[in-house]
Design a protein around this ligand. Structure first.
Ligand code: C5P
Ligand code: MG
Length: 224
C-alpha cells in the first residue's frame, strides 16, 4: 500500500513548550455515510462530563470529524490543496491520507493545548488501509481504545442523506455522489475492520437504524 506523498502546505500546529508529544486516547468512529457518526459523537462530547465535586465540569471526550476538518481546510487552504480536497469530496473518493492525518494531528495538538482534554472521538477515520498506515507512521504513540462501527441498511441511509442534503449545503449529499460514497465505504472502509481484530483493537458494531436516543443508549455504556 502506497501512501500518496503530499508536499503539504498545511503548517504543523505549534508544539507545546515541553515539546514532548501528548499521548492521547482515541476512539475511531466508523460507518457508512448517514449512519450517525457525527450525531453520536456530538452527544458523547456534550453528555460525558467529569464528575469532580465543586469544580466546573468539563467534557471528557473531544469530537473531531475528519470530514469536517477537510471541509474546513478546503475553505481556508491554498487553492491547489483546496481544489484537491474539493475534487475528492465531490467525487465521493478519499483524500490522500497524508493530508487527513496532518489535519488530525494539528487538531489534536491545538485542542489539547486549549482544553487539556486528551481523549478524542475521531469520526470518519480511518476510512481505509492507507489512512491507517499514515496514522501509524506519525501517530502511533496514541492509544486506540476501541473502534465503534455503525451499521444501518442502505435504504435508511439514503433517506437520511437526501433529507440532510436539503439544507446541509454539502456537495456530496446528492444521489449520484451518495452512491459513490457507499462504494468507497464498501471497498476501502469495510476491509479495514478485520485489521483491527488482527491488531487486538476491540471493535464494537452498533445497529444505528434506530432513533438517535436508542442508538445513544447502546453507545454510552462503552464509555462508562
Ligand atoms: O465523514 P464525512 O461524510 O464528513 O466525509 C466526507 C468526505 O470527506 C468523504 O466522502 C471523503 O471524500 C472525505 N474524507 C476522506 N477521508 C476521511 C474522511 C473523509 O477522504 N478519513
Ligand atoms: Mg459526519
Amino acid at each position: 500500500m502506497v501512501i500518496v506523498p503530499w508536499n503539504s502546505s498545511i503548517p504543523a500546529a505549534s508544539a507545546s513548550s515541553s515539546s514532548l508529544p501528548v499521548i492521547c486516547e482515541v476512539v475511531f468512529v466508523l460507518g457508512a455515510p448517514g449512519t450517525g457518526k457525527g450525531t453520536q459523537c456530538q452527544l458523547l462530547q456534550e453528555r460525558l462530563l467529569s464528575k469532580e465535586d465543586g469544580s466546573e465540569q468539563h467534557q471528557l471526550w473531544t469530537h473531531l470529524s475528519a470530514g469536517d476538518l477537510l471541509r474546513e481546510e478546503r475553505k481556508s487552504g491554498g487553492s491547489e490543496l483546496g481544489e484537491l480536497i474539493n475534487s475528492k469530496i465531490s467525487a465521493g473518493e478519499l483524500v490522500p491520507s497524508s493530508i487527513t492525518v496532518k489535519l488530525l494531528e494539528n487538531a489534536i495538538i491545538k485542542s489539547n493545548q486549549e482544553t487539556h482534554c486528551s481523549k478524542f472521538l475521531i469520526d470518519g477515520f480511518p476510512r481505509g488501509q492507507e489512512n491507517m498506515q499514515a496514522w501509524e507512521s506519525t501517530m502511533k504513540h496514541h492509544t486506540i481504545k476501541f473502534v465503534l462501527n455503525f451499521e444501518c441498511p442502505e435504504e435508511v441511509l439514503v433517506g437520511r442523506l437526501l433529507e440532510r442534503g436539503k439544507d446541509s449545503g454539502r456537495v456530496d449529499d446528492n444521489m449520484e455522489v451518495i452512491r459513490k460514497r457507499f462504494k468507497t465505504h464498501q471497498e476501502n472502509t469495510v476491509p479495514i475492520l478485520t485489521y483491527f481484530g488482527k491488531q487486538h483493537i476491540p471493535l464494537h458494531t452498533i445497529d444505528s437504524a434506530k432513533m438517535v436516543e436508542h442508538v445513544y443508549n447502546s453507545v454510552e455504556p462503552l464509555f462508562l
